[in-house]
Design a protein around this ligand. Sequence first.
Ligand SMILES: [Zn+2]
Length: 318
Amino acid sequence: MGINSLISEALGSVQFNGVHYLSLKDVAANLGMKREWMKKKETMTLNSKWTQLIFSVDKRDIKLNGIRIFLGYPVALKGQDLYISELDFNHNVAPILTPQKTPDIPKLYHIVIDPGHGGKDPGSVNNFSKIKEKTLAFDISIRLKKILESKNYRVTLTRKSDQFVELEKRPAIANALKADLFISIHLNSHTSKTVQGLETYVITPHNQPSTGRKILRPSDRRRYPGNRQNTWSTLVGYYVQSELVRSLPSLDRGLKRARFMFLKELNCPGLLVESGFISNAIESRNLRKANYRHLIAQAVADGLLRYEKTLNRLRQNS
Ligand SMILES: [Zn+2]
């Protein structure tokens, strides 16, 4: 239980299907935001000077300043109000809106970049052009490394060539170096060739099903080392997803949640970026262009810079 949980206790929660929920009326009052209900669209908007939140009945994603944020549980309608699960408010929304409520503000200096796959593991492959995920991920990672080093960050890669690195070894590298951030670069693939877009993954908070699952499994109740960094992973994930969506001619598939092995084992904030679908004709054509891969690297770097700027501001105010 963190400080954010204390706030939600003060708000008073109700239970639907065994899950604790908070009314958006209380959430809006707590955050000093105005509430607007659009009955036709079954949508509620919360507005303040800097922030807009959009909630839709039964949806498992909301929009925060235009960016899709996935929740563990669907938004619920009861009477005249919408409700968000307390865990979602505490772990998926509050870290972005009120990160100052989490103690121990981290620094950002040493960044471990993890180019996905490598060696005997090509990752996704486009059937026509034969371009491989491992090659694109490595190229984007090298570009990102150069941009970050030009901004005076220290950068370590989990692989320095087309080599195979065990999954377990990747977070272990970041942990051994006491790195400040771990970022894994991947490209997506889907059996449907029309699917395209950008998504960013951070660790699923404990007691929540990951994005794409509906039912809570017993193992979902576990707290992993990576869960200690939930606030900061969520915040950096939001900034990176925002910059990717802003910079690239592609769709916002959202800030999502998964218990990927390397996210669970990290001692520092961590995220995984899926920067386009190799299986989609338009995106794979774009991904073959060096300037497009550079745009991806620049967008990720911009997200990390926004994250550090926020950390510095929080530190000054604390
Ligand atoms: Zn991959």
